[in-house]
Design a protein around this ligand. Sequence first.
Ligand SMILES: Nc1ncnc2c1ncn2[C@@H]1O[C@H](COP(=O)(O)OP(=O)(O)OP(=O)(O)O)[C@@H](O)[C@H]1O
Ligand SMILES: [Mg+2]
Length: 275
Amino acid sequence: MSQPFDAPGYNRDSTIVNPKGQGEMRAGPQHGKAKPAPGGPFLIGDKMTGGYGKNGPDILTDCTIAVDSGEIAVIVGPNGAGKSTGMKALFGMLYLRAGSVRLDGEDITDLTPQARVAKGMGFVPQNNNIFTSMTVEENLEMGAFIRRDDITETMEQVYDLFPILKEKRNQPAGELSGGQRQQVAVGRALMTRPKVLMLDEPTAGVSPIVMDELFDRIIEVARTGLPVLMVEQNARQALEIADKGFVLVQGQNAHTGTGKELLANPEVRQSFLGG
Ligand SMILES: Nc1ncnc2c1ncn2[C@@H]1O[C@H](COP(=O)(O)OP(=O)(O)OP(=O)(O)O)[C@@H](O)[C@H]1O
Ligand SMILES: [Mg+2]
């Protein structure tokens, strides 16, 4: 990956996010201010068990996913492992039979997704994550729907982060390339000034070069102090930029560790990273 933090458009202003305090930026494996929230991770789905609908089979079993302040956490695992389901559970789209979800120490297990957005969760789902018939700028405006204050500064920050979006601001989002659409989706989520950003396969369907670019932008966002939790199919590349990694198999935690630990783990390498 090229020098992500010196790239043009790198947003040194942390007002795009709504962090709990302004830490100084520093290089190293941890992104942004790396203070763990008191009383545990900033966002945690703790021992979650549940599925779709009250009577559906359990998709997640005793599954824990979390992200600390100032960190990038990555969820990897085979297709159908329950990665998206885990994200949806954190966002309140699933009925949990057991376990809990806590945000900044507060139990939010019973909150609706809308209430979670108001609490500071920004979620980019795996599919249908933009309004294709609306312009790029309208998509960003929609993202800010819960805000009553002036959004122009945040929009400028999103355009600084993703300059191509400024160029295409008046074009229908459906006319954009796959990588550009993902930028719209991430930008839309940033418009609420979230306290945590959740991305489900932000690099799905894009070329390796565009993937690197998107990862660079995600690292930039994380370095403003915004914790990022993402699902990734590109397991090796994702674990390289991850502070924490969660390998899920059949709705359960198969391996958990730092990105480095998982990359070095022979079993993880053999089963999930192609040796
Ligand atoms: N809306 C739904 N209703 C019922 N079952 C679902 C629904 N969405 C997913 N599932 C089931 O939940 C299981 C896990 O799916 P999920 O989408 O979470 O996997 P994933 O790890 O995100 O896979 P992928 O890598 O393909 O995105 C699968 O067996 C799937 O069939
Ligand atoms: Mg998925």
